[in-house]
Design a protein. Structure first.
Length: 358
């Protein structure tokens, strides 16, 4: 199992570098690429050329991801090269395959007997904890990349995933964005499940979950309990009660993931609101010439009425929806934090009564 963890660490580290470079590309070249890119008039070859001209062929993947997928679509179905490239693409390019593999490796390492670990237990534990933290950090990097995509391009898939003109229809594009959002949430939960289960068994990191796992039924119960506490920590709850540094680190990263997903949702809503048109220079008004100025009105002792100005600006329907969603999210977060604070105030009394589960 130690060899598997080391290999997954190398692959996941390379993927983290790729996501960081993609976010950096969005920051440096995103606005210029958005201005040069046409949704309707630009063909597939022209779009690929624009991505390459704007620095999209960065290390290690970038535009290579799109070119590899295009080759896999056009190559023979059962050719040996295509099978090898499919495995390469699934391992290095698709987090939907890599995350479940890493989570399964962490769970298997956590419950495996000592004779199957190959490396000394301290070294295996260090590698597993590093892989757990890196899994959660990669998920956060994906959310940051998504937010950058929506903020600078109006779409996450606009950079590399929507170069095919058939995917640019109104229904297809919205479906693709929904798939991206669901994939980010599922990736975060899968990564958290593996990290939580490994930390609870190898480091005994949580009060509610004892470190001993012996029978297959214990393994199944631990996976189910880890899934529950992962979801609660994702929502910001500290119900698992971490008892040491590895447990606190995992719970903190899971809570940060939940907050980042909320920011992503608000970014998607904000990208759906159309930007107001820029104010241009005043245009001359056609009409009859202004009348000659007459004598001033007689003084009445009262100030003249104020001149009528433009009507007050009103939010559009989408803008009101965004404002309501933001307010509701902030109120829900404040209510949840208040409930959590009250629960933590009652927790010492429960521990003093001797009902705490060890």
């Amino acid at each position: 199992m130690g060899v598997v963890l080391a290999a997954l660490l190398a692959v996941l580290g390379l993927k983290a570098v790729a996501i960081f470079n993609a976010t950096r590309w969005l920051h440096l070249h995103g606005p210029a690429y958005r201005q040069a890119f046409g949704w309707e008039s630009t063909g597939r070859a022209e779009r690929e050329r624009l991505v390459e001209e704007h620095g999209g062929a960065f290390f290690p993947f970038g535009l290579k991801d799109y070119r590899l997928r295009r080759y896999l679509r056009r190559s023979r179905r059962f050719s040996p090269l295509r099978i090898l490239l499919l495995l390469w693409h699934a391992l290095f390019f698709r987090l939907g395959w890599l995350m479940p593999l890493c989570a399964a490796a962490l769970i298997a390492t956590a419950v495996a007997p000592a004779r199957l670990l190959l490396f000394p237990p301290p070294l295996t534990d260090a590698a597993g904890l590093t892989l757990s933290v890196l899994l959660l950090l990669v998920t956060l990097l994906i959310v940051v990349e998504s937010v950058y995509g929506y903020a600078l391009l109006g779409s996450y898939g606009f950079a590399f995933h929507l170069l095919n003109p058939r995917r640019l229809g109104p229904g297809r594009r919205l479906l693709r964005e929904l798939q991206v959002f669901i994939g980010v949430v599922m990736t975060a939960l899968l990564a958290g499940l593996g990290a939580f289960c490994f930390t609870s068994v190898r480091f005994d990191g949580f009060e509610r979950l004892p470190g001993e796992v012996v029978t297959p039924l214990d393994v199944l119960n631990r996976i189910l309990d880890s899934a529950y506490y992962t979801f609660m920590a994702f929502l910001g709850s500290g119900e698992a009660d971490p008892r040491n540094i590895p447990g606190r680190l995992i719970v903190a990263l899971l809570g940060l993931q939940g907050f980042a997903i909320l920011v992503l949702v608000l970014g998607v809503l904000a990208s759906a609101v159309p930007s107001p048109p820029l104010a241009g220079p005043p245009q001359p008004v056609e009409g009859p010439p202004p009348a000659a100025a007459g004598p001033p009105p007689p003084a009445t002792g009262h100030p003249p009425p104020p001149a009528a100005g433009p009507p007050p600006a009103r939010l559009s329907a989408r803008g009101r929806t965004l404002a309501y969603a933001t307010g509701a999210a902030l109120l829900a977060g404040a209510a949840f934090r208040a409930a959590r604070h009250l629960r933590r105030r009652r927790l010492p009394a429960r521990r003093g009564s001797g009902t705490t589960r060890r």
